[in-house]
Design a protein around this ligand. Structure first.
Ligand code: ADE
Length: 243
């Protein structure tokens, strides 16, 4: 699973066209153009064998919605990643609300993979046999339910792309972002740029003082304060149980 900073990502989806502009623009586009990431998107329907290119079916046991069929999914995963087992080099991730919740540490781990295969779930779920036979890990981007794994796959790709060596213009900036180790897992404080006064609101004097030590202390205090207020769980303190 570990790579040397260059990553190959294959996305498996029934909506490949959702990815085109996302992969060409901004940080992800830069990562691809610099050769730090090679990303391919595959249409799951290419692995169907019937005239209607069927990827889903009714759930056994009844209930609402449809379930993704195992055959096209497992065939596609095996074609892209190889059969599941100790020989397989690729790490196959199913984006699903049932997965382990993604955080910045998870992003860092994924960014060190050599080959990631992102399977976008749709409908009410995925046949469990396809998960057992093809998927290494299920990942959720948060405790809410979307209609499919496409946006979660984009979240993962964007989070990874900005961590790849040589992708960020300023290599320092990733390290001061919220949740990064350098920031001791705290949120960032407020940021300001010119003008110094905007609609009667002045930039805090200390930031214009030129005193780097005072600026660093002020930023550390604001980070503490904001984290305490908004995310007490990140400070190790327990939040208000009633909220
Ligand atoms: N698919 C639907 N909801 C999702 C979520 N929260 N995370 C990952 N994949 C999903």
């Amino acid at each position: 699973m570990p790579g040397q900073g260059r990553i190959r990502v294959d996305v498996l989806t029934i909506f490949p066209s959702l990815f085109a502009p996302f992969l060409d623009e901004a940080m992800v586009g830069i990562a691809r153009r610099k050769g730090a990431a090679e990303i391919a998107v595959h249409d799951l329907r290419e692995w169907t064998r019937d005239r209607h290119r069927t990827v889903d079916d009714a759930p056994y046991g009844g209930g609402p919605g449809m379930v993704m069929k195992p055959e096209p999914l497992v065939d596609a995963i095996e074609a892209i990643a190889g059969a599941k087992g100790p020989e397989r080099k690729a790490h196959v991730v199913l984006l699903s609300p049932q997965g382990r919740r993604l955080d910045q540490a998870g992003m860092e781990t994924f960014s060190q993979c050599e080959h990631l295969v992102l399977v976008c779930g749709r409908y009410e779920g995925v046949d469990q046999r396809a998960i057992d036979l093809g998927v290494d890990e299920e990942v959720s981007i948060g405790d809410y339910v979307l209609s499919g794994g496409e946006v979660p796959a984009m979240v993962l790709i964007e989070g990874i792309a900005r961590l790849l060596p040589g992708v960020l213009g300023n290599p320092e900036s990733a390290e001061t972002d919220s949740f990064q180790a350098r920031n001791q897992g705290l949120l960032e404080g407020p940021h300001y740029t010119r003008p110094a006064v905007y609609r009667d609101r002045a930039v805090p004097e200390v930031l214009r003082s030129g005193d780097h030590g005072a600026v660093a202390r002020w930023r550390a205090e604001r980070a503490q304060e904001r984290t305490q207020e908004r995310r007490p769980d990140l400070t190790g303190a327990r939040g208000d149980p009633k909220r």
